[in-house]
Every structure is written in C-alpha cells, then in structure tokens.
Design a protein around this ligand. Structure first.
Ligand SMILES: Cc1cc2nc3c(=O)[nH]c(=O)nc-3n(C[C@H](O)[C@H](O)[C@H](O)COP(=O)(O)OP(=O)(O)OC[C@H]3O[C@@H](n4cnc5c(N)ncnc54)[C@H](O)[C@@H]3O)c2cc1C
Length: 424
C-alpha cells in the first residue's frame, strides 16, 4: 500500500504539450493552443513581463515590424487589443528603399495595396507584455526561472522534460520556442545549416528633427544596410519624431559606432541616412548583435518540434524574423487541431511532418530572398552596383514583381492558416 502511494506521488505531471520559451512565439502558441482545446505547460528561463504601464522612458531597443498576418494571429488570441491599449505602437503607410551608390529606389504604399497600413512597428517588450498578461488571465500554467536539463528518452514520444531543480514533467509533444540558441534543438540533436554574416546589427532609438512621415526607410549604404523604423512619439516629445534604427555593418565598425560619444554617433548616422529626416538630435543606449543565418534541416523528431527562432533565424534587413515565427504558430496550431480531431498523438511524426511541410518551404523561400538581398547589397563591385540599381528601377516600374514583393513582406500573398487570416 505504502509502495503504491509512493509510486502515485512520484508520477510526474503530464501535459499534452510542453512549450519551452515564453518569448513572442512560445507565448502566442500557448494561447492559441488553449483556444483549440489543447492544454500546455510553458517553461521559461527568465521572468514574465506583465506591467502594462511601463514608463515612456523605459524603451525596448528591439522592435518588430508586425505584418498583417502576425497582427491577425495576435488579434485572434486577444493580445492585439492589449497592445493597442498600451498605445506604444506605430503604423506605417509607406516603405522607401534606396541605394547609396546610384539612383535606384523602390517605394511601397498602403494605398496601392488597398490597405490602411503596411504594418506596425512595436517594441518587443510591448508584445511580450501583452502575451504574458494573456497567459496569466487564461490561467495557463507557466513555470518561470527554470533551467532545462534534459529531454528523455531520445527520439521517442511521450517525453520526460527534466529540470535542473529535479522537477520532471511528461508530455506528448515538447515544443522548442526557446530562441536562436535553442537548448531544445541542441538536446534533440536536430541539425542546422548556418553561417555568420560578416555584419553585426546595431539597434537603438533616435530622436529626429523632422517627422518620420509614417514611413519605414531603408538605405543600402556603402558597407551595410540602415533601416529607420517609425516609432510612436512619447506624449512629452520635444523632437519631430522617434525612429528605431537597425544598422548592419562590419563587426568592427558596429563596435566602434556603439562606443562613440552620442554626438559623434548622431552625426555619423545623419550622414549615413543622407539627412533625410533632418538632424539626428539624440540617441538611446546602443546594442550590437552578431547576425547569423540558421535553419534547422528538420523541424521535428518523435514527440518534439521547433518553432520561431529555434527553427530559423534570418537577416533582420526586412524585419521578417518574428513574422515567420507567428506563421509557424498558426501552422502548428492548425496541424495539432487536425491531429486531435483525427485522434492521432500530438507527437506523431506523421503529424509533425505536416507542420514541417506547411512551413519549411515558405521559411526557406524568405531566407533565400533575404540572403540574395544581403549578398547583392553587401557588395560594392561597380558592376553589381549597376545591376542592383537597374533591378530596383525595374521592380519599381514592373507592377507584378513589386506586388509580389509587397505581398511577401505583408504576409498576405499566400494561402494562410486560419489563425493568420483576418477574422470574419
Ligand atoms: C538586430 C535584430 C533586429 C531584428 N528586427 C526584427 C524586426 O524588425 N522584425 C522581426 O520580425 N524580427 C526582427 N528580429 C528577429 C526577432 O527578434 C526574432 O525573430 C524573435 O525575437 C523570435 O522570437 P522567439 O519567440 O522565437 O525567440 P526569442 O524572442 O528569442 O524568445 C525565446 C524565449 O525563450 C526563453 N528561453 C531561452 N532558452 C530557454 C531555456 N533553455 N529554457 C526556457 N526558456 C528559454 C527566452 O528567455 C525567451 O523568453 C530582429 C533580430 C535582431 C537580432
């Protein structure tokens, strides 16, 4: 009798799905799975954000250009109204891309796409705050400040997820949503294809003399790519506008620019941007990230799957990273819902292969597009400069090509899973 009691006490709790990582992708997935009746446990290494009223002075240097498809995902799970309520998002109606070495440019506008905007620039912390509030309000079980130790047995469902503090849970499906350096991916041995770009990315928020014209700006400079993404101005703003910048450049140059005195940095930035928005009046703290392209060759094995940056990281030049992650969420939810309907195990490889089939081609296509842009614009050979200026002029005038590019960036050009479609 005593033995039996001990055995019962030692049986680890079981969840149909265990999501590792409560970043934008993992937290969105947990909410969306609950909406289709699939319970999950979320394991997060850090702490959760739930303060909606974070101060206007408290700025997250990392922002995302949220596509319409991602907005739909966030809207379906109730996070978008929370993001709107925080009043820190900025829509953009135009996108203007030009080359420093020539006269070629491409311009996109919401009007020509028959849309009210092309997307929204939102600080990552605003998105995670909204999602973490949603997790709390829905009563989804989250264990924060955990250290993942091991996932056993290898390549077999159900899995045991072992934490460093000796807690264990069992599950039909472990989802690795733990970012670019995913421990889930590493523990599972899922192989990746990856390489470093010669560039690092520098991010910060800057104050500008002129208004940003609700436009996302991108300039291909002599030695990198510089994006100005429009931000909502704080209520007490004294500047004409604020933009988040993502500036990719050789690693040494990025380090030097991060360490420059503010005045020198603002002057260098103004020159690199050709003063298109007047003087750069001020800068927040600057952060530098190495840029790496990485793609898991397979997204799954029995009882385990990877999503978001755990499956793929791409060059931030088109701001598509988290948008691919939200489409992974939409496709995985659709796939698991179908599996549940067909009474299949959620960790079944036949099920997970459908998810991979739905996402891998699209992710690879977007990565290849970013890669060709990064290579075409990262090279200052005069002949290539001529080619890309001609290419930009052609794209600007050839409507079908331009339309295709715009639809890729907006996330509206392909057959989307239900969660990424607009609600009726
Ligand atoms: C310079 C730069 C600029 C970018 N700009 C854009 C942009 O404009 N638009 C865009 O769409 N994307 C952009 N990206 C990419 C974007 O930031 C990522 O695609 C996005 O953050 C991925 O979300 P995620 O939830 O998959 O991973 P993450 O945001 O990395 O979240 C992972 C979560 O898992 C947790 N975690 C990690 N390890 C563990 C563990 N072992 N156990 C438990 N929890 C764990 C982390 O604490 C975190 O909460 C940019 C990236 C860079 C580097």
């Amino acid at each position: 009798m005593a033995d039996k009691q001990e055995q019962v006490q030692q049986t680890p709790p079981h969840f149909p799905v265990v999501i590792v990582g409560a970043g934008m992708v993992g937290a969105a997935l947990a909410c969306a799975l609950q909406d289709v009746g699939i319970d999950c446990l979320v394991l997060e290494a850090g702490a959760l954000n739930q303060q909606a009223d974070w101060s206007a002075d408290d700025v997250d240097p990392r922002v995302s250009a949220i596509s319409l498809a991602s907005q739909n995902v966030l809207n379906h799970i109730g996070a978008w109204p929370r993001i709107e309520a925080m009043a820190r998002l900025q829509d953009y109606q135009s996108m203007y891309v030009w080359d420093a070495c020539g006269t070629g440019h491409i311009a996109f506008s919401a009007g020509e796409q028959h849309l009210s905007n092309l997307g929204h620039i939102v600080e990552n912390k605003t998105i995670t705050t909204a999602l973490h509030q949603e997790l709390a309000e829905r009563g989804i079980e989250v264990w924060s400040a955990v250290q993942l130790q091991d996932i056993s047995p290898q390549s077999q469902s159900p899995r045991h997820v072992n934490l460093a503090d000796s807690r264990v849970v069992t599950t039909d499906l472990v989802v690795g949503a733990d970012g670019a350096n995913s421990k889930v991916r590493q523990l599972s041995g899922l192989a990746t294809r990856e390489w470093d770009y010669p560039h690092h990315g520098l991010v910060t928020r800057v104050a500008l003399e002129q208004g940003h014209a609700n436009t996302a700006w991108q300039r291909f400079t002599e030695d990198g790519i510089l994006a100005f993404l429009p931000l909502r101005s704080p209520a007490d703003a004294t500047a004409g506008s604020y933009c988040s910048i993502v500036w990719s450049m050789p690693a040494m140059a990025a380090k030097a620019h991060a360490e420059m005195p503010d005045e020198a940095f603002c002057a260098a930035l103004e020159r690199a941007f050709e003063g298109r928005l007047g003087k750069v009046l001020g800068t927040d703290a600057r952060y530098v990230f190495p840029l790496r392209q990485r793609h898991a060759k397979r997204y799954y094995q029995p009882g385990l799957v990877v999503v978001g940056d755990a499956a793929h990281t791409i060059h931030p030049l088109a701001g598509q990273g988290v948008n691919l992650g939200f489409l992974d969420v939409a496709a995985l939810v659709q796939t698991l819902q179908e599996a549940q309907h067909n009474r299949q195990s959620l960790g079944d490889t036949a099920v997970l292969n459908i998810y991979q089939h739905r996402r891998q081609g699209d992710n690879l296509r977007m990565m290849a597009l970013m890669e060709s842009f990064a290579r075409l614009f990262g090279n200052q050979h005069p002949l290539l400069s001529l080619v890309r200026n001609q290419a930009m002029r052609s794209m600007q005038t050839l409507k079908p090509i331009k339309q295709h590019l715009a639809q890729e960036a907006l996330g509206v050009g392909k057959h989307l899973p239900p969660l990424a479609q607009r609600s009726a």
